[in-house]
Design a protein around this ligand. Structure first.
Ligand code: SAM
Length: 313
């Protein structure tokens, strides 16, 4: 299924399933020899969700031969994506830890998916973490955590609302205080929004941010959204769909593109023009910093993204 205005999803469907894909990356990293991050809850979510395409990360030894046949470097690609997911998780973990150390006690995680930071980070007393995502995604996550008797490490407030709707009203109704500095995160979100919805998102974040607020964003540059990159991605995904069809996995074979392949304002430029002090580090530099560089001859080994840290003076 491709995207539609006002589309909704469960955790195993459409954009919801991408949260399971990221959780699988975090679970695989946690189980690896020298993990960059530890997320003990990721595996729990995967077990609660059952089998699906997302389990590929966890059991790479079971990869169907057809996939390796059409892309001999498939395993390397998975390794690269694992380094990317781990580096991205670490970037946002450090962002929230630094913001808390600077005295910020209000955090908002946009498109939280199966992010378990409210449960696994060491939040100072008095911290409140708001999470926004679609209702069925948050329901799934909370049910899985409750079933295992896991309690949050901060005051947790789930705000089940679509980010294309009036989420600022829902956030305020849930207790969010716009007069207090906030740490915001947008991780694994922007390509699932249209270019105009992305602008509206940042306008709303800016309106709700008191002086001293911070934001961390996984932004994709316009090379990522270019027609050439899109064509390359589509060609590769089509090969995977064909392999899936041969394996009788009609669910994967019929999957559509979930991203809005539209060029958009670069996030650092947008934030800078709206009063934030923003800077970005490229994915390649972030991975290198963590000793997870991807071989330079592995085409599209990591997404063309920039990790943005922004502060409102
Ligand atoms: N931030 C999480 C992480 O990095 O683990 C989840 C990332 S996952 C790739 C994408 C998430 O964005 C999903 O949980 C999906 O439900 C959420 N999402 C995408 N578009 C959304 C929208 N319009 N409203 C609410 N949530 C949305």
């Amino acid at each position: 299924m491709a995207r539609a205005e006002n589309d909704t999803w469960d955790i195993t469907e459409s954009v919801g399933a991408t949260a399971l894909g990221v959780a699988a990356g975090r679970a695989a990293e946690t189980n690896s020899e020298n993990p960059l991050i530890r997320d003990p809850y990721a595996q729990m979510f995967l077990e609660a969700a059952g089998n699906g395409v997302w389990t590929m990360y966890l059991r790479p030894e079971e990869l169907p031969a057809e996939l390796v046949e059409i892309d001999p470097r498939f395993k390397e690609r998975m390794q690269a994506m694992m380094g990317y997911t781990a580096s991205r998780t670490l970037f946002f973990d450090e962002f929230f830890t630094d913001a808390a150390a600077s005295g910020i006690r209000q955090a908002v995680i946009l498109a939280a998916g199966l992010d378990a930071r409210a449960w696994r980070l060491d939040w100072p007393a008095g911290s409140v973490v708001y999470e926004i995502d679609q209702p069925k995604v948050l329901d799934f996550k909370l049910s899985a955590l409750e079933a295992h008797g896991v309690s949050p490490a901060a005051t947790y407030v789930g705000v089940p609302v679509d980010l294309r709707n009036d989420w600022p009203a829902a956030l305020r109704a849930a207790g969010f205080d716009p007069a207090t500095p906030t740490a915001w995160s947008a991780e694994g979100l922007l390509p699932y929004l249209t270019a105009s919805a992305q602008d509206v998102l940042f306008e709303r974040i800016t309106d709700l941010s008191a002086a001293g607020s911070r934001a961390a964003v996984e932004a994709f540059n316009n090379e990522f959204f270019s027609a050439e990159s899109f064509a390359r991605r589509e060609e590769q995904i089509q090969l995977y769909r064909e392999a899936a069809a041969k394996l009788g996995r009609e669910d994967i074979a019929a999957s559509g593109n979930l991203l809005y392949e539209e060029e958009r304002t670069e996030v650092v430029d947008w934030l800078t023009a709206h009063g934030w002090r923003a800077s970005g580090v490229s994915a390649a530099d972030l991975l290198a910093r963590n000793g997870r560089s991807v071989p330079s001859d592995l085409d599209d080994g990591v997404p063309q993204s920039v990790f943005v840290d922004a502060r409102l003076p």
